[in-house]
Design a protein around this ligand. Sequence first.
Ligand SMILES: C[S@@+](CC[C@H](N)C(=O)[O-])C[C@H]1O[C@@H](n2cnc3c(N)ncnc32)[C@H](O)[C@@H]1O
Length: 374
Amino acid sequence: MRALFLLSGENIPLASMEIRQLLAPENFFTTGNLALGKIPRGRAGLWRRLAFTKSAYELLFFCSRENILRAVRDYCWNDICHGSFCVRAACASGGSPESGERELAKEIWQKVKNPNVDLQNPSLLIQFFFLGKRVYCGRLLWKNEERFSERNPSARPAPHPTSLQPKLARALVNLSGCISGTLTDPFCGSGGILIEAGLMGIPVHGSDLYQEMAQRAIKNLAHYRIKDFTVKQLDANTLRPPLGYIACDVPYGQNASLWALQDGKPCKAIRGTGKNNIPALQGFYRSFLRNLKKHLAHQAAVIFPHYAQGEALVTEAGFAVVGMCTQFIHSTLTREIVVFRQQKNGASGLRTKKAGSLRHTAGYSSPRTKGNRS
Ligand SMILES: C[S@@+](CC[C@H](N)C(=O)[O-])C[C@H]1O[C@@H](n2cnc3c(N)ncnc32)[C@H](O)[C@@H]1O
């Protein structure tokens, strides 16, 4: 199915990477805050999991702005309009489009056999997005109504300031590519990533070397009535299989300490802040990645602080990087989100930039439309 996504504007590269990893679209590209691609049958419906997408549509057609009324007249609305309908038109980048909803709705009304408009609860919502010189038309499939803020770390029974915001935690689970199978977070902290994965019905394994953190995670998972989980005290550098999918936010050595076992007890692996001791920080991540290289079965999505140059470390460890993007936090911290998997037969990884350059430029054509749409 050809799909159209309205991305939430705060981080387009992250939103786009999330769609790529979760939905494996073909001929995928983004334009402004819209993304388009063909979704394989087996992935349809998974868009309900997306965190950085506002809504998903089946793409009906697209055309140039000047041809919009003609394209609407040419479309076979009776094929898709069987009950009530409603038309919405917006500039994808904000503002109001020159062809208004009423004008577009009037054209559709004239084409439908038994027209019935319902603005509150239509069985079909037809959306027009005006963007640059083009207009994209889709039927609404899903609207993101997830209330991430209600699950903010501070709302949990065992909160901790190092926990990821639920929206990013959910995106990280999606970036891991975990659709079926189990997800492991080896630096689980108070459970931010485990909670989002658990709420999506994914069985989760969490571990943290700091026992108090592992206990917080257990309390928080129980609070959200998540049942299919294990959480234990474990050094991430000694993880063992099964390791299907990994999603984690490594400790940066600032608010979250790096722990190492000394005489069987967790001790701080770095004194002071990690940012001031980058070689030690990188040494810790290298050791984690080296161990992961031996056991990772499918894919991992890992957040590093920018100053550790995580992508380079991942490549150095022998993984294939399949995506990378950043999230600015404040002037001294940007998160580097790296998605990687084992190399296939020693082949080099598909870098996002390269994959992005496979931008599909041939226009879509709709079997339900006649006439010129571009
Ligand atoms: C950034 S926090 C993780 C936050 C978590 N993702 C969340 O959303 O709640 C990093 C965690 O790594 C843990 N940690 C540090 N060194 C570790 C090690 N060697 N093995 C396992 N966990 C470790 C810290 O105790 C801390 O809880």
